[in-house]
Write a protein that binds this ligand. Sequence first.
Ligand SMILES: Nc1ncnc2c1ncn2[C@@H]1O[C@H](COP(=O)(O)OP(=O)(O)OP(=O)(O)O)[C@@H](O)[C@H]1O
Ligand SMILES: [Mg+2]
Length: 293
Amino acid sequence: MNDGSQPILSLRGIDKRFGAVQALSDVSVDVRPGEVVALVGDNGAGKSTLVKIMSGVYQPDGGEIVFDGRPVTINGPKASQALGIATVFQDLALCDNLDVVANLFLGHERTKAGVLDEVEMERHSWELLQQLSAKIPSVRIPIASLSGGQRQTVAIARSLVGEPKVVMLDEPTAALGVAQTAEVLNLIERLRKRGLGVVLITHNMADVQAVADRIYVLRLGRNSAEFAIGEVTTEQLVAAITGASDNVVAERAARDRSGSPITPDAIDPYAVLPDGAGGPGHVSPDPDQERDA
Ligand SMILES: Nc1ncnc2c1ncn2[C@@H]1O[C@H](COP(=O)(O)OP(=O)(O)OP(=O)(O)O)[C@@H](O)[C@H]1O
Ligand SMILES: [Mg+2]
């Protein structure tokens, strides 16, 4: 039984290569029930690739995925959904000409005696939107007439139709204004309160500071840092993302090798990984060097 202290989803030492591009090297991420994990990193850091591996779009070349304590293979989006992993992709993939109900149940339509059960789907739509305290004027209006924030809300509500345990959101506030961003952050808060594990990809450090419990920084396809919220400033976070903290990381890695005690706080990415999780070459203080080699 998962009491919330064990990860619901763990990625261990994930590698992914596209031709000559090593998109991910030895990346590890844990998501626990009732926690919001922010995945941050510069363009091309590997965030979307990691999400696509968790959602079954790509297969990893190496590493292990553990869901609810069991090693799993996620060989397609259906397999990911069946496990209980829902993904809200950045483009939302809503059908503009269909109404809210039709979008929520696209591909999961409820039927009764062989015909669409519109009454049940409409009832369940309101239930889902209420759970999220969503402000949608009507579930019978086309998506095209909703605001950006309302669309994002519908996309998040749709991800909940299959009653997932983990929800991944790729840049959910990127196109939103201040008030709509606040609404989506409130939604994320509610997902956490319902005990879901949430993976939030964002370039917005204010979003991270507002809702994340833990932060993974990816840089050049590798784990570059892990922080608990509250022990990191936005400046430190930006430094980890841009690589300005490489010297600190190198310094700490060198200290760790010389046997000094490891403090479990900021920046040292390797302290959070189990022994030997990365195999040879894992403790590399300088990702640039390895990548270029
Ligand atoms: N299908 C693909 N074919 C070839 N290369 C790819 C493919 N998908 C991603 N890559 C490469 O893998 C690396 C990681 O890309 P990814 O999209 O995961 O980055 P990201 O962190 O999501 O960036 P952004 O913040 O710009 O969305 C990049 O170098 C990218 O060019
Ligand atoms: Mg991306």
